[in-house]
Design a protein around this ligand. Structure first.
Ligand code: UGA
Length: 425
C-alpha cells in the first residue's frame, strides 16, 4: 500500500483522497483553508457530494487532514495536485495554486511521483518537469492523470471510470500510478504527458459540443414544430452517436465546462490557432441561457414588476455548486428587466443570486409568481403537486428549462407550459 499526499480539499481532492483510502492507501489531504481542514478533522464534509461522507467516515483511520505541506510530503510515494485552476481575466487557466504546490515541495528526500489531477493547459507538465529539474528534484517523477468525474456522481465515476488516463515522461512513473489504481477495473490509456493533458480538455470540449449541438437543434425545433426530446431519442439510438449529453436545456454551467472551454480556446489562440467550432459552442451556450427571458417576455410582455420563481439554483442536481450556474445569468437578466426574483434550491446557497428572495420550499417560491422557470432538474420537482403549485401562482406559466416535466400533465394541472425545443400545445 502506498502513501498519497493530496494537495487541495475541494471536490476533486476529497473524492480522489477518499477513493484512494478506500483502496487501502494512506492519504494525507492538505489545504490552505484552515476552516475546511478543521471541519474535515471534526468529521464534517464541507461540500455536498453524494457518497463522500460515508466514504470519508469509513476510511477515517487511513486519512488525515492538514494545513502543513510537510505533513503531506513526508513519506509520500505520490503527491496528487488537485487544486483549483480558475479562469483568469484573459480566459487562460490561472495556475498560481499549481505553481505554489510545486514550489513548496522542498526537501523531498525519497523518490516520489508528482501527479497532476487539476485540469491544466497542454504543456504544463513539461513546464513543471523543467522547474523540478531546475530545483534539483530529479527524484520526483511527473505524471498527468486527469479526472473525468462529474459532480453529483464523482465517487462512482472515480471507482467505476470509463478509463484511466496516465501520461508520463518516464514509463516507471506511469507504471507506479497504474499500480496505485489497482482494484479499479477500467481500460488504462497510457500516453505522453501532453496527450494526457489534451485528452482531458478534448473530452470536455466534445461533451460541450454535444450540448450546444442539441440546444441548437432544439431552437430549430421550436421554429419548425418538432420536439427535441423525441429527436434526441431518435438520434441517440444510433450506436455511432449514443444517447448521452443530448439533453437540450438552458445551457451548461458548472466549475468545469465554462472554464475548460475558455482555457482550450485561449490555449489554441495563444498558439496562433482560431478554434472556430469551440467558439461557436461557447457562444451558443451563452445565448441559450438568455433565451428563457425572451420566452417569458413572449407570454408576459414587459417583465417590470413581474415576479418570477427560479426552481433550482445549483448548476445541476445533486450538487450545491453554483459556479457558472445558469440561475446566476437568469437572475441577473430578470433583475435588469425589473422583475422580482424568488428562488428555491434544496442544497445550494442562494446568496450568489443578485437580489433574490430565497425560499425554503418550491411551493413557497411560487407564491404569487407570474411565471416559474425550472432551472435545475432536481427530482423533488418531478414529485411536486403541480395542481397545488398552479393555485399558488398569480399566473400559472412554467418554462421548463430542463424538459424534465410531462407537458400534458402540466397543462392538465392548469399551466401554460413551455419547454426548450418542444412543440407548443
Ligand atoms: C464535467 C464532465 O462531465 C466530467 O467528466 C469532468 O470530469 C468534469 O466536468 C470536470 O472537468 O471536472 P460536471 O461539470 O460536474 O462534469 O457536470 P456534467 O454532468 O458534465 O454537467 C455539466 C453541465 O452540462 C451541467 O450544467 C448540465 O446541466 C449540462 N448538461 C449536461 C446539459 O445541459 N445537457 C446534457 O445532456 C448534459
Amino acid at each position: 500500500m502506498s502513501r498519497v499526499g493530496v494537495f487541495g480539499a475541494g471536490y476533486v481532492g476529497l473524492v480522489t483522497g477518499a477513493c484512494f483510502a478506500e483502496l487501502g492507501h494512506d492519504v494525507v489531504v492538505r489545504d490552505v483553508v484552515a476552516d475546511r481542514i478543521e471541519q474535515l478533522r471534526a468529521g464534517t464534509v464541507p461540500i455536498y457530494e453524494p457518497g463522500l461522507e460515508e466514504l470519508l467516515s469509513r476510511n477515517a483511520e487511513r486519512m488525515t487532514f492538514t494545513l502543513e505541506v510537510a505533513d503531506a510530503v513526508e513519506g509520500a510515494d505520490f503527491l496528487y495536485v488537485a487544486v483549483g485552476t480558475p479562469p483568469t481575466y484573459s480566459g487562460d487557466a490561472d495556475l498560481s495554486a499549481v505553481w505554489t504546490v510545486v514550489d513548496e515541495l522542498a526537501g523531498l528526500e525519497r523518490p516520489a511521483v508528482l501527479v497532476m489531477k487539476s485540469t491544466v493547459p497542454v504543456g504544463t507538465g513539461a513546464k513543471v518537469r523543467h522547474r523540478l529539474d531546475e530545483r534539483g528534484l530529479d527524484n520526483v517523477g511527473y505524471v498527468s492523470n486527469p479526472e473525468f468525474t462529474a459532480e453529483g456522481t464523482a465517487v462512482r465515476d472515480f471507482q467505476q471510470p470509463d478509463r484511466i488516463v496516465i501520461g508520463a515522461f518516464a514509463a516507471a512513473d506511469g507504471d507506479a500510478v497504474e499500480e496505485l489504481h489497482r482494484g479499479i477495473e477500467a481500460p488504462v490509456v497510457r500516453s505522453d504527458v501532453a496527450s494526457a493533458e489534451m485528452i482531458k480538455l478534448a473530452a470536455n470540449a466534445a461533451l460541450m459540443t454535444r450540448i450546444s449541438f442539441i440546444n441548437e437543434i432544439a431552437n430549430v425545433c421550436e421554429v419548425t414544430g418538432a420536439d427535441v426530446v423525441r429527436v434526441a431519442e431518435g438520434v441517440g439510438l444510433d450506436r455511432r452517436i449514443g444517447p448521452s449529453f443530448l439533453r437540450a436545456g438552458i445551457g451548461y454551467g458548472g466549475s468545469c465546462f465554462p472554464k475548460d472551454s475558455l482555457a482550450l480556446k485561449q490555449l489554441a489562440a495563444n498558439s496562433g490557432y482560431h478554434f472556430q467550432l469551440l467558439n461557436a459552442v461557447i457562444e451558443v451556450n451563452e445565448l441559450q441561457k438568455r433565451r428563457v427571458i425572451g420566452k417569458l417576455q413572449q407570454h408576459l410582455g414587459s417583465l417590470r414588476g413581474k415576479t418570477v420563481a427560479l426552481l433550482g439554483i445549483a448548476f445541476k442536481p445533486n450538487t450545491d455548486d453554483v459556479r457558472e450556474a445558469p440561475s446566476l445569468v437568469l437572475a441577473g437578466r430578470l433583475v435588469a428587466e425589473g422583475a422580482d426574483v424568488r428562488a428555491w434550491d434544496p442544497v445550494a446557497d442562494g446568496s450568489a443570486l443578485p437580489r433574490a428572495t430565497i425560499c425554503g420550499d418550491p411551493l413557497e417560491a411560487l407564491d404569487g409568481a407570474d411565471a416559474a422557470v425550472v432551472v435545475t432538474e432536481w427530482p423533488q420537482l418531478a414529485q411536486l403537486d403541480w395542481r397545488a403549485a398552479a393555485g399558488r401562482m398569480r399566473n400559472p406559466l412554467l418554462i421548463d428549462g430542463r424538459n424534465m416535466l410531462d407537458p400534458d400533465e402540466l397543462r392538465a394541472a392548469g399551466f401554460t407550459y413551455e419547454g426548450i425545443g418542444r412543440a407548443a400545445a
